[in-house]
Write a new protein. Structure first.
Lengths: 192, 219
């Protein structure tokens, strides 16, 4: 594959269709600048600031844009609220739609056939593979990203975090908790 | 198309395998394939729906056997060849053999942040009113277009509830074929697990899909 891609790149370069510095910039952007820390900041703010939380669930795109995130794979953002009775999970059965603007590029498992095939039919089975066992009566809401809306799960705020700063709260927000295949970290886990 | 990409409800793919501390890319070539695909969007002039169709439009056996970025690369090559930007003999030779086709613009390093920040909003103004409202019971039509569609097979023929009227958005089924944006009202439709999967389905589960008006009928 390495050779094949390198050959294509040199053809496109010889034809002057690409500027290799732009390729490096794209790679660097998604390796270093746009990733799940963006989303963690959104969630932490929603936990700490009730006005922002209300705004986020009413108009996710505008609320998230106010923190500087949006654009590609994040032009239309919807935040989903996990509660003690409802657990949200996001999938894209048809390809790999994912809120790049707040989570970066999707992990391999998100794009894989096992996750894409089973999440809409057996979400509890999938969650078990992530080590998550939800109460039997929790309602599971699966969101199949079939249009250009991108979904961000807002996990439940862990107990024992009263008075924490947004920065400290953000460290509890994992990528998987914002996809719905995980829960936020517990403060004792954080202290370890 | 009823292709290998439409995976919802399929059996036999085994367990999900989360990878601790996963890197953003697993190999150098993946980085380049990713960046080439994004960068060629500007001179190539195709839209997101054409790219998605280029990736899924292959034999299901091939689609399922290929890795994610292998599919991206194959899709990119198909788009380049279709538009005469690169010829098959050049791909085989590994270098340029023919005069390049003129392109309007290429992506410069300075464009990257701007282009990503702009993204690709798909909402459009309309003077039509949505046919359905929140709470309406609808059925996903039984349609089987051989071209690009975003109505997954597992909801076709099933009834659900309009959960949200989203707005009027570019219609992928038209946009993918070059027939224009043809914006249509878009809805979030919620289906019960047992409606989709029968009496053995998980009764505590509901699945929502975003569906354009032409995919839906009253139920």
């Amino acid at each position: 594959m390495q050779l094949r891609v390198r050959a294509l790149e040199s053809i496109l370069l010889e034809k002057e269709y690409i500027d290799p510095a732009a390729l490096d910039e794209l790679i660097e952007t998604y390796e270093k600048k746009i990733g799940p820390r963006n989303g963690a900041r959104v969630v932490a703010k929603a936990w700490a600031d009730p006005d922002f939380r209300r705004w986020l669930f009413e108009d996710g795109t505008a609320a998230i844009e106010s923190l500087g995130y949006g654009g590609r794979s994040g032009n239309h953002l919807v935040a989903l609220e996990n509660t003690t009775s409802i657990h949200n999970m996001v999938v894209c059965t048809l390809c790999s739609c994912y809120p790049w603007a707040v989570l970066g590029l999707p992990p391999l498992w998100y794009k894989s056939a096992p996750y894409r095939s089973r999440t809409v039919a057996d979400p509890r089975g999938v969650l078990r593979e992530f080590g998550i066992e939800l109460p039997k009566d929790t309602e599971i809401r699966v969101w199949d990203s079939t249009a250009e809306l991108r979904y961000l799960v807002v996990p439940m705020r862990p107990a024992g975090t009263d008075g924490w700063s947004e920065e400290k709260l953000a460290a509890l927000v994992t990528r998987d908790s914002m996809i719905g295949t995980g829960l936020a970290r517990q403060p004792q886990e954080f202290a370890r | 198309m009823n292709g290998g990409q439409d995976l919802g409800g399929m059996h036999g793919h085994g367990p999900v395998k989360p990878e601790p501390n996963e890197p953003v890319f697993h190999d150098d070539w993946e980085k380049r394939a990713f960046a080439l695909t994004l960068a060629m969007g500007m001179p190539g002039g195709w839209n997101i729906d054409m790219s998605r169709f280029a990736r899924e439009n292959r034999s299901p056996a091939d689609y399922l056997a290929m890795s994610y970025y292998q599919i991206w690369l194959a899709g990119l090559i198909d788009l380049l060849e279709e538009r005469g930007l690169v010829a098959e003999d050049e791909i085989e030779a590994g270098h340029s053999l023919h005069t390049p086709k003129p392109v309007k613009r290429i992506l410069s390093p300075a464009d990257v942040a701007k282009t990503l920040h702009r993204g690709g909003p798909t909402e459009r103004e309309t003077n039509t009113a949505p046919v359905f409202k929140r709470g309406d019971r609808v059925r996903a039509k039984n349609i089987n277009p051989p071209t690009h569609t975003r109505l997954p097979r597992y909801v076709r023929g099933h009834a659900g509830i309009i959960e949200r009227v989203i707005g009027c958005h570019v219609f992928p089924d038209s946009n993918a074929t070059g027939a224009g944006e043809n914006p249509q009202w878009l809805y979030t439709v919620r289906f019960d697990g047992r409606e989709l999967w029968g009496p053995d389905g998980d009764p505590t589960m509901q699945v929502s899909v975003d569906a354009w008006e032409p995919y839906l009928e009253s139920a």
